[in-house]
Design a protein around this ligand. Structure first.
Ligand SMILES: NC(=O)c1ccc[n+]([C@@H]2O[C@H](COP(=O)([O-])OP(=O)(O)OC[C@H]3O[C@@H](n4cnc5c(N)ncnc54)[C@H](O)[C@@H]3O)[C@@H](O)[C@H]2O)c1
Length: 445
């Protein structure tokens, strides 16, 4: 009720809400990556005029040519968005035309594992000259509680825009799960927290046009923290099952069988799967946004740090398994031909960010292995900040497999022929529990 009153008393908010409800508004999305591209397509599908901003000219050019550069977004969707008026651009001046501006830029960690907000601050510096009264900004990039108020509100207010009066600000965390066939932008419920009640009402009005369920919360900080809780919950539980895997391995128990058995409990247990280490843009990174901010409040985030420690140690654990498996066949890693299966951080996607496969390759190279990889989703080893390899994906067939001293299954893509892999590998190290039945040539890691 208070929220409704907040906007009803405010003609600027009312007019903006009306533009959203009639879908006559223009929606701008800044950062056209894994999050921003499907989002801008979704708003175009919902009938909005859309503008997509990206500093990478190659992406803007590709989109103009109707090409998607993200495996899970079909080029057809881009073409349809363009037909509906989607305008990809690197020109921030067009931001003045947008009624809503949604920011989806990266939020990585620095080398010293501290939050790196440079993409958000640079976006704001570029946007500021073009902002005007009557606009909504929504930040979707994951960050610690306080980011929206500290990094965005302070800047817009310094320009003279009055939050909740003639300018509106929300945080609405992205929950995109690329490759998920059941859930996409439209049917993943979306949390939204406003800087003021009127901001919240404007934000909910926008997202309700394109997303089936919007979940309002009382502040931007609650929305920021909710996103971190989701990802930390995952990171901590994965850390736990990774630790359980090591214990089970020492005891000669198959952890995957244990998890399958425990998961038959119809309440109070959520199954998580152990693996070769964490990957992707979220789970290895986001928890440390909170640990960093928590220090300001004198709080030690012990669970998060411990889970991070366990999860970060997994690639090394896999290497030890490879080393002792090779040792059992009378070989060393040095000089051994080793094929890594799967470079992407999770199955059926082309995203290699923070992928444990890259670290495993690096550790094997340090020990003198002769390396190759196969990944149908990643044709050549991409440019990565911390890893450099001049490798191309090998076709996965009997000939390739038979040449190897050891094959390490790191990412269990559906496209792999698992029967053929088991049949033609002399030694197969399985980090994903793909092979439940014991076999002489298979080692679980
Ligand atoms: N990928 C996911 O599945 C996922 C899921 C949930 C949340 N998130 C969060 O969403 C945010 C974006 O992640 P992503 O995976 O889409 O990243 P991404 O790297 O795929 O895309 C970011 C895009 O922003 C562009 N960019 C960088 N600086 C810019 C600037 N100043 N102006 C305009 N464009 C700029 C980059 O060129 C890139 O195209 C991050 O905070 C991430 O944590 C990602």
């Amino acid at each position: 009720m208070t929220d409704r009153l907040a906007a009803a008393k405010n003609p600027v908010a009312e007019a903006l809400i009306e533009r959203f409800k009639t879908r006559t508004a223009t929606v701008g999305v800044v950062g056209l990556g894994y999050v921003g591209l499907p989002l801008v397509c979704r708003f175009a599908e919902a009938g909005f005029k859309t503008i997509g901003f990206d500093i990478d000219p190659a992406k803007v050019e590709a989109l103009k040519k109707r090409q998607s550069y993200i495996g899970t977004v079909e080029s057809k969707r881009v073409a349809e968005a363009l037909e509906r008026g989607f305008q990809p651009t690197a020109d921030y001046a067009l931001a003045a035309q947008a009624d809503a501006i949604i920011i989806c830029v990266p939020t990585p960690l620095t080398k010293t594992r501290e939050p790196d907000l440079q993409y958000i601050t640079r976006t704001m510096e570029a946007l500021l000259p073009h902002l005007r009264p009557g606009q909504l900004i929504s930040l979707e990039s994951t960050s610690y509680p306080g980011t929206t108020e500290e990094e965005i509100r302070t800047r817009t207010e310094a320009k003279g825009l009055r939050t909740g009066e003639d300018f509106f600000l929300v945080f609405s965390p992205e929950r995109e799960d690329p490759g998920n066939e059941r859930f996409s932008t439209k049917n993943i419920p979306k949390i939204c927290g406003g800087s003021t009640p009127a901001c919240l009402e404007v934000g909910v009005a926008l997202y309700s046009q394109a997303i089936d369920q919007v979940v309002p919360v009382s502040s931007t900080r609650v929305a920021e923290m909710a996103k971190l809780l989701e990802n930390i919950h995952r990171a901590v539980n994965i850390g736990l099952v990774n630790e359980m895997k090591i214990i089970a391995d020492k005891m000669g128990i198959d952890i995957h069988e244990v998890i399958r058995a425990a998961a038959t409990k119809p309440f109070g247990f959520v199954p998580y799967t152990p693996g070769p280490g964490l990957g992707g843009h979220c789970i290895p990174i986001d928890p440390f946004y909170l640990t960093w901010k928590a220090r300001e409040y004198g709080v030690n985030t012990r669970f998060i740090e411990l889970a991070g420690e366990v999860n970060r140690a997994m690639p090394e654990w896999v290497i030890n398994k490879v080393s002792s498996a090779l040792n059992d066949t009378g070989k060393a890693i040095k000089g051994a031909r080793i094929l890594v299966l799967g470079l992407a951080y999770k199955k059926n996607v082309d995203d290699v960010r923070e992928s444990p496969a890259a670290e495993i390759l690096e550790l094997l190279r340090d020990r003198g292995a002769l390396l190759s990889y196969s990944d149908p989703h990643v044709p050549s080893f991409p440019k990565m900040r911390e890893h450099q390899f001049d490798l191309k994906s090998l076709p996965l067939n009997a000939q390739t497999l038979l040449k190897q001293d050891c094959v390490v299954l790191v990412t269990d893509h559906d496209a792999f022929d698992y029967e053929s892999i088991a049949k033609h590998s002399k030694l197969l190290v399985d980090t994903r529990g793909r092979y439940p039945k014991p076999a002489g040539n298979i080692v679980k890691a």
